[in-house]
Write a protein that binds this ligand. Structure first.
Ligand code: NAD
Ligand code: MG
Length: 328
């Protein structure tokens, strides 16, 4: 494992050079503001008339249309939703300077060949292992979210150095930057969000909630048990792994975990995880998601509506509105 920290970074290679950030959502805003506060020359590329334009200007950033923003930039960071990056690259491709670097925060479009970059460009990845608001907040607090770095195309011979300087600029090098490949980042990132972080956890929460409600317990009690208390456990795991969780939960909870947990996430679940991983590796998932976007996202929208119409959402909304310190 190759891990870079601040001492390994030569920020001078980016000094006086411009960085174009395309997109101003979760990652785009965090990267743009952190890089600006790190002293770099940042310009944000956005569609005129979109809601992000006034927001970026109000944050004190220069904003241009994407094809103007990329002109003269040493690094062009693609931080729009993954499935619009291909068309965006085609729209700006002829305006990007000779020998510049394309930077991605997720390897999807390069790994699944939705973007075929010009051969004179460097192609690098700085993927923060956390959402954009955390990338910003940790930076402001003097900390950083760990990142992955990868180089797909090294035309300048300087691509890794440049990527690390960017990683330092957003605060990632404070926590450590691990070297990977576009393939490893893309496949592990998709697997993590599908099997564990988003797909797995939410289905576990909803299934637990519905099991209690079906057995006649009060939905509000089931909500606190299966959804609300998750934060306590996640914080302990985040701070100190399984050991810290076990130090803080009761012995009864620990015994229940050790004896019942493996029955919930059993061999069947592990086999399904392997199937989901195979669908990522062989491109099945990517083809499905690309086709879904090409046909207007109707199935995605239907599934999203169903997800948000579940009983746990109604019960949770009422309960959370009583906790006015929550940002809901
Ligand atoms: P987002 O959906 O939060 O932001 C999208 C931004 O792009 C918005 O400002 C939107 O106005 C702009 N945009 C949309 N279409 C555009 C177009 N055609 N031209 C110009 N701008 C356009 O996106 P995000 O979640 O920050 O994701 C950006 C990248 O970061 C993706 O590659 C994603 O995989 C990666 N990433 C995201 C996270 C995360 O936590 N959200 C974490 C790691 C990596
Ligand atoms: Mg779900």
């Amino acid at each position: 494992m190759q891990m870079y920290s601040e001492a390994d970074v030569d920020s001078a290679c980016l000094e006086g050079k411009r960085i174009a950030i395309l997109g101003y959502g979760s990652q785009g805003r965090a990267h743009a503001l952190n890089l600006k506060d790190s002293g770099f020359d940042v310009v944000v590329g956005l569609r005129p008339g979109g809601p992000s334009w006034p927001r970026a200007e109000a944050d004190g950033l220069q904003v241009r249309e994407p094809k103007d923003a990329v002109k003269g930039a040493a690094i062009v960071a693609f931080l729009t939703p993954d499935l619009v990056q291909g068309a965006l690259y085609e729209a700006v491709r002829s305006e990007i300077d000779q020998g510049s670097a394309l930077l991605f925060a997720h390897g999807f479009n390069i790994h699944f060949k939705q973007i075929a970059p010009r051969s004179d460009l460097d192609v690098v990845l700085i993927a923060p292992k956390g959402p954009g608001d955390l990338v910003r907040r940790q930076y402001e607090e003097g900390h950083g979210v760990p990142c992955l770095v990868a180089v797909e195309q090294d035309s300048s011979g300087n691509a890794l150095k440049l990527a690390l300087a960017y990683g330092q600029g957003i605060g990632g090098a404070r926590a450590g930057v691990i070297e990977t490949t576009f393939a490893e980042e893309t496949e592990t990132d998709l697997f993590g969000e599908q099997a564990v972080l988003c797909g797995g956890v939410t289905e576990l929460v909803v299934a637990g909630f519905e099991t209690l409600v079906k057995a006649g317990y009060q939905p509000e009690v089931a909500y606190y048990e299966c959804m609300h208390e998750l934060k306590l456990i996640v914080d302990l795991l985040h701070e100190g792994g399984l050991r810290k969780m076990h130090e803080f939960i009761s012995e009864t909870a620990a015994y229940g975990d050790l004896t019942r947990g493996p029955r919930i996430v059993d061999d069947h679940v592990r086999e399904t995880m392997q199937e989901v991983l195979t669908e990522i590796q062989d491109g099945t998932f990517a083809r499905e998601w690309i086709a879904e976007n090409a046909s207007g996202q109707s199935e995605y929208k239907r599934l999203m509506n169903d997800d948000l119409a579940q009983q746990i959402e109604k019960v949770g909304g009422d309960l959370r509105s009583r906790m006015d310190w929550l940002e809901n």
